[in-house]
Design a protein around this ligand. Structure first.
Ligand SMILES: NC(=O)c1ccc[n+]([C@@H]2O[C@H](COP(=O)([O-])OP(=O)(O)OC[C@H]3O[C@@H](n4cnc5c(N)ncnc54)[C@H](OP(=O)(O)O)[C@@H]3O)[C@@H](O)[C@H]2O)c1
Length: 264
């Protein structure tokens, strides 16, 4: 069975805006794996970034010390801190996640309440774009990760808050996150499908892994690519698939090219 897109194919005729026109990008969870990759890639492209962390000294080594990168303290559970951080920004990329799965309130606080706060602050600040990094399985109650305090259930509630913010959004649901050089590092190119391509029991497609740097590239491309406007996408890598740029991945998705079915 093929997954059907959550909405009609986005406006492929719309022009892609230049990244420079987005303005300052606020990255939440900037000291984390995906967040620090987003900050690094934005800085390499000359985009002004506010890298939001909870502990500056802990995050320092992970973030580039370059002109245009401002490291600021903030917490998504503190709506006042978000209000001031997002003021005057153009877009926000949310790469937060509970730091310890030992805390039963982590998913509620960070994945749900944090995103409620982000949605409100982004709308109040008049942001052009919210990109949220969520997870495959966000609509799959039977996904094993829900054993950790319902983490995917709370991520889905957080997604809904972002979707109803009134701000243009892209929700990226990656598969298992890995880093370059790790044993689990993927071998093929990135493929993406619409919501529930990989989640939901029984699985429509087997899940896979994806590099944090590849997720970061998709998040940055989503800032300006009309194919990512108000879209939920699920992304993994698949062996045998050619390398694609993030722009090509989004455009294939908008054209309705679903990922090839992998081995069950
Ligand atoms: N691991 C996987 O295989 C996988 C798969 C799919 C999706 N995901 C999701 O993808 C996202 C990014 O993953 P990742 O590996 O980059 O995560 P990560 O390295 O754990 O980074 C998460 C970041 O969120 C920050 N954070 C936690 N609570 C916060 C709060 N209250 N306010 C502000 N920041 C807060 C953490 O800051 P501190 O350093 O201060 O704690 C950390 O920097 C997460 O939502 C994760 O759940 C993960």
């Amino acid at each position: 069975m093929n997954a059907s897109p959550t909405k009609e194919a986005p406006g492929r005729s719309a022009e892609k805006t230049p990244l420079a026109s987005v303005g300052r990008v606020v990255v939440l969870g900037a000291g984390g794996g995906v967040g620090s990759a987003v900050v690094t890639q934005l800085a390499e492209q000359g985009v002004p970034v506010t890298a939001v962390v909870r502990d500056v000294s802990r995050a320092k080594d992970k973030l580039p010390s370059r002109e245009g990168v401002q490291v600021s303290l903030g917490d998504v559970t503190d709506s006042a801190s978000l209000t001031s951080l997002l003021q005057g920004a153009g877009a926000v990329i949310v790469a937060t996640g509970p730091s310890s799965l030992k805390n039963p309130f982590g998913p509620y606080n960070v994945d749900y309440n944090g995103n409620v706060n982000v949605a409100k602050a982004a709308a109040n600040a008049g942001l052009k774009k919210i990109v949220m990094v969520s997870s495959i399985g966000a609509e799959d109650w039977l996904f094993f990760l829900n054993l950790f305090w319902g983490i995917l259930i709370w991520k889905r509630q957080g997604e809904k808050a972002i979707q109803s913010s009134g701000v243009d959004y892209t929700i990226i649901r990656p598969g298992g996150l890995t880093n370059e050089g790790s044993q689990r590092a993927p071998k093929g190119g990135v493929v993406a499908g619409p919501a529930n391509t990989y989640g939901r029991a029984p699985r429509i497609k087997p899940t896979g892994s994806i590099l944090r740097s590849q997720v970061a590239a998709l998040a940055i491309e989503a800032l300006t690519n009309p194919a990512a406007s108000n879209v939920i996408l699920e992304a993994v890598t698949q062996e045998g698939e050619p390398e694609r740029t993030a722009a090509q991945v989004l455009e294939d998705l908008a054209a309705g090219k679903l990922p090839p079915r992998g081995e069950e």
